[in-house]
Design a protein around this ligand. Structure first.
Ligand code: AMP
Ligand code: ZN
Length: 484
């Protein structure tokens, strides 16, 4: 079995990954707060952990991996959207409008992430479906002396866990207190204490609890849902590095105090941020565009995925149009030569090896380029010793299986590149005929008209004395050939 190495934020080293049980490898990833469409940055952890999920399934078997990603559907921003709708005259109670907003956003999210080729996790729990479990966990924390009730709130007492609080992100409680600039609520015993439960006003969504009608804090959601679905110890916990503090630190405090018999998550993986001009893409900075915007502009989801894979997950990355254009041209070339090819039973060892080295997706793409070069050489008979290199068919099958391990070149994602229905040879013949006529009449206007139309459709026009060749480039749009 191939050993996977992963960089564990907790130990700050690349470690051999050894699952608690190879029969059921368990991974939890913090999901989105569902108040609006996902921006491109939100898609980065989705693609990163999708690659890890695919790799784990490859190594341990598809039925031996459990991937959980939650939806945070309790949030002030969702409430605010619902309130605005109610004020604008939408029918229904506020609670119904909140639910409507969450449902709609979850639908968009799954559609957009599906377009990027992300497999759906095995479980996608919604916070609102786990309120009793959260209440039970909070009660346990109070019983054990790790939490206290104050003015309708329940707070986690960070001092009760002082020795380990901050270990993940490398901070000490005393330093944090010294550096804290947050306005401290008067009911907090300690400025670092964080909310497990807070009161809800009558209009806002709320649940009955031993501390009155209220709602959970954000951090307790992930602790309760991961415990319910994966147990007190599981293998991998993931999310963006913006969540390391305070969210993940608080999850660890809650889970380890509520279930000291377990270890909570063994390996912590954090993806770096997608940036815009050196700054994290975020809703609050306003420097964002959504995945939906890009798809709408005609950027295929597969191209977005390819661009993401070019940068290692622990490095910041920028989205540029140039990267997208180049990715599109590569994918078009790959798809054109491998259309209809059945994948081999397994990806090439070189691609698996790259991914197993802390998800070196850039390395895996480099291997794919090398495999493709071989496919191309065999196809064009540019290699002398065919036997040594295997058959073109086999090379293609291995190449396709390898690309599919990265979530590329699947049939479902290929519609955008579908040029099979367009007969370019008919267009090539028309241009060739027009050229013959023009040579005699010395009137090249029809040749120029056709060339311009083909270029406008995204084709490269290659004319030589041997004939005419039309090659689809980045941005090729078959629809634009109609009526030429
Ligand atoms: P949120 O809905 O803001 O909690 O974010 C959902 C997920 O997206 C979390 O795992 C965040 O870490 C991640 N995320 C948010 N912004 C970015 C970004 N600019 N680049 C990469 N990941 C991000
Ligand atoms: Zn979380």
């Amino acid at each position: 079995m191939k050993t996977i190495k992963l960089h564990n934020t907790r130990t700050r080293t690349k470690e051999d990954f050894v699952p608690i049980s190879a029969d059921n490898v368990r991974m939890y990833v913090c999901g989105p707060t569902v108040y609006d469409r996902a921006h491109l940055g939100n898609a980065r952890p989705v693609v990163v952990f999708d690659v890890l999920y695919r790799l784990l399934r490859h190594v341990y078997g598809a039925d031996h991996v459990t991937y959980v990603r939650n939806f945070t559907d309790v949030d002030d921003k969702i409430n605010a959207t619902a309130l605005a709708r109610q004020k604008a005259g939408s029918p229904g109670t506020l609670e119904q409008l909140v639910q409507e907003r969450s449902d709609e956003t979850i639908g968009w999210y799954l559609h957009d992430m599906g377009a990027l080729g992300a497999l759906e996790p095995n479980e996608m729990p919604r916070a609102t479906e786990y309120i009793p479990q959260m209440i039970a966990m909070i009660e346990g924390l109070i019983d054990k002396g790790h939490a206290y009730v104050a003015e309708g709130h329940v707070l986690f007492a960070v001092y009760s866990w002082k020795k380990r609080y901050g270990a993940l992100s490398g901070r000490s409680v005393d330093d944090m207190i010294a550096g804290a600039r947050v306005e401290v609520a008067p009911y907090k015993k300690n400025p670092m204490d964080f909310v497990l439960w807070k009161p809800s006003s009558d209009e806002l969504p709320g649940w009955d609890s031993p501390w009155g009608r209220g709602r959970p804090g954000w951090h307790i959601e992930c602790s309760a849902m991961s415990y319910e679905l994966l147990g007190e110890s599981f293998d991998i916990h993931g999310g963006g590095n913006d969540l390391m503090f305070p969210h993940h630190e608080n999850e660890i405090a809650q889970s380890c105090c509520a279930h000291p018999e377990g270890e909570f998550a063994r390996v912590w993986l954090h993806n770096e941020m997608l940036q815009v001009e050196g700054k994290k893409m975020s809703k609050s900075l306003g420097n964002f565009f959504t995945v939906h915007d890009l798809l709408d502009q005609g950027v295929p989801g597969e191209v977005i995925r390819f661009v993401f894979l070019q940068t290692h997950y622990r490095k910041p990355m920028d989205w540029t149009e140039k990267k997208a254009r180049e990715a599109e041209a590569t994918l078009r070339k790959w798809r054109a030569l491998t259309a209809g090819i059945e994948p081999a039973p397994s990806a090439a060892p070189s691609v698996i090896a790259a991914l197993s080295d802390d998800l070196n997706t850039a390395g895996a793409l480099a291997e794919l380029h090398a495999l493709f070069a071989r496919v191309y050489a065999l196809e064009t008979k540019a290699v002398l010793n065919l036997e040594e290199y295997g058959s073109p068919e086999e090379a293609k099958r291995s190449f396709v299986a390898s690309a599919q391990l990265l979530g590329l070149l699947s049939e479902q994602m290929g519609e955008w590149a579908d040029i099979g229905s367009v007969d370019l040879s008919a267009h090539e013949n028309r241009l060739a005929d027009a050229r013959v006529i023009a040579m005699q009449s010395k009137d090249f206007s029809e040749v120029d008209r056709l060339k311009a139309a083909f270029v406008a459709a995204g084709l490269e026009v290659r004319m030589s004395k041997d004939g005419v060749e039309l090659v689809p480039g980045a941005g090729f749009d078959a629809a634009k050939l109609e009526g030429v």
